[in-house]
Design a protein around this ligand. Sequence first.
Ligand code: PGA
Length: 248
Amino acid sequence: MRKPIIAGNWKMNKTPEEAKNLVTELGPLVKDAKCEVVVCVPFVDLVETKKALRGTKIKLGAQNVHWAEYGAFTGEISATMLKELKVDYVIIGHSERRQYFGETDQTVNAKIKAALSKDLKVIVCVGETLEQYEAEETITVVSKQTIEAFKDISKDELKKIVIAYEPIWAIGTGKTASPTDAEETISVIRKTIKRLYNTAASEAIRIQYGGSMNPKNASELMAMPSIDGGLIGGASLNAQDFAKVVNY
Ligand code: PGA
């Protein structure tokens, strides 16, 4: 049985003070959650958030990491730095990073390796653009992204990785993939993992859906057999809304 995982992706929202207030409100609201709960916050919020999470079961996540261990990479953050702050998860390859910051399947793969080498867990994002969706290229695009992301990642390391399937046209748009469409694509991703590793690995890996998931549609998405959780943007910025998704 896969334990569902629901993660908030705050993106570039919330100051450290606001982060503290949000998680302080969130803690009691999700204390009986049956799923794993994660908040992925901006780098500068990590310290305050970690403190405010004390005594809760909520895990801490970052939204990006660099592939190098250290060095002349102005403005970047390493896996060692995140580890020292006791970060549990890091999102890698979010479509906004791919779209606005030049991330490629190769850098995504390098970043996954860097994170795993410091014992961080990974949420790796895949998903098609609207254009690719309309051209019925979803399966091709998502399969390729998955294959490239997992290059030279061992079966053992796989246990530390969660995949988030996020159709780009559904992110922040209020348009959600239908539960059956999301289920179908996620099943294809699972089959890709089976081809790359084996049946046991494909049945063990958790795959989230992301893209305008909210209190209204969470339960029907979570009811799909292959959907193991959600990566939540907009609806994670409000404690009440995020708690409703978590307690779907
Ligand atoms: P959204 O964002 O929930 O606001 O659509 C999801 C994401 O980008 O991870």
